[in-house]
Each structure stands twice: as structure tokens, then as C-alpha cells.
Design a protein around this ligand. Structure first.
Ligand code: ZN
Length: 169
């Protein structure tokens, strides 16, 4: 395990960082280790140090939890789990479809954009969902940072650790 869970001073879940960053925070006395991983690393002096698996900040920080994820093509794809909103295929050549086309006044925002494979995007073309009879099955919404972080945690397989700390919601 080369990643480390970071909890806020009140034990609420904050982030996942790589172990080097975790060690760095530890050396600077910013965090307390709650759990070590099985992994060890060699220090410059030749001694072995355990790598932390869960650390807790000593000083509480106000989180960016409810902050909005900035709009980008990549972030739309992450939100939509790299799946086409129309045919549900997991194409690796996904594009971004404007639900209401730009030419019809549709915005380039999370609320109006979904992941779409090239075929579906081409087929829908410059039409609205009702004109094309193509309705996205993915909800187009503005994701938050905390949601993206939780997804990252799930992908990294940290569910067990978070459940143990009562942080899995
Ligand atoms: Zn498709």
C-alpha cells in the first residue's frame, strides 16, 4: 500500500496522499499516525521506517469538502465513470456531449454536459434530446470535491479502513 488516508483533526475523512507526502507531513509534525502499513522504507541513514497507512492532522483545517470540482472534459468523464450516457458503452474514445447543443444556447457546464461515445455524439448531432429521442441515462450534475475524493478512496481499495473508522457513508 503506497497511499495513505488523511483524516482531519476531528477524524473526518480528508484525502488520500502518497506515502512520501505522508512522511513529509509526519516529519513536519503536522500529523499523528493512527495506523501503520506493512510497508517499510529505508532512510538516508540506512534505518528502516514504517510507512503510515492512516494519519490524522494535529491542527483542524477547514475543508474544501463542499467546493465544486472545476469543469473540464476529464472531470465530466470521471463523474460519468467513463461510460457513454446514451448507449452505456465504456468506450475509450469518449467525447463530451452538450445535452442542449451549444448552437441552441446550451452551456458548457456540468449540468449540460455528459460523456458520450463518438457514435452517439454524432448521431445526436445538433439536436436536443427530445428532437433526437436520445435521453442521457447519466444525471448531469455539478460534483463536489468530497465526492471525487471518496471515489478515489474506493478505487484505491481503502473502503475497509474508512469503514473501520466509521467514515464510510
Ligand atoms: Zn454511446
Amino acid at each position: 500500500m503506497t497511499q495513505c488516508v488523511v483524516l482531519n483533526a476531528d477524524y473526518s475523512f480528508l484525502n488520500v496522499v502518497n506515502w512520501k507526502r505522508a512522511m513529509c507531513l509526519l516529519i513536519k509534525d503536522k500529523v499523528k499516525v493512527l495506523r501503520y502499513s506493512a510497508r517499510t522504507v529505508q532512510t538516508g541513514e540506512g534505518s528502516e521506517v514504517k510507512v503510515p497507512a492512516v494519519i490524522k492532522l494535529i491542527k483542524f483545517i477547514r475543508t474544501v469538502y463542499r467546493s465544486r470540482v472545476p469543469f473540464s472534459k476529464k472531470n465530466v468523464l470521471i463523474r460519468d465513470r467513463f461510460t457513454c450516457a446514451y448507449c452505456q458503452s465504456e468506450s475509450n474514445r469518449l467525447t463530451i456531449d452538450h445535452i442542449i447543443p451549444r448552437s441552441r444556447g446550451g452551456d458548457t457546464t456540468f449540468e449540460n454536459c455528459v460523456a458520450a461515445c463518438k457514435g452517439c455524439n454524432h448521431e445526436k448531432g445538433n439536436r436536443t434530446p427530445s428532437e433526437a429521442s436520445m435521453y442521457p441515462r447519466t444525471k448531469a450534475y455539478q460534483p463536489t470535491i468530497s465526492e471525487f475524493l471518496r471515489r478515489k478512496v474506493r478505487l484505491l481499495g481503502f473502503d475497509d479502513i474508512l469503514a473501520e473508522f466509521g467514515l464510510l457513508s
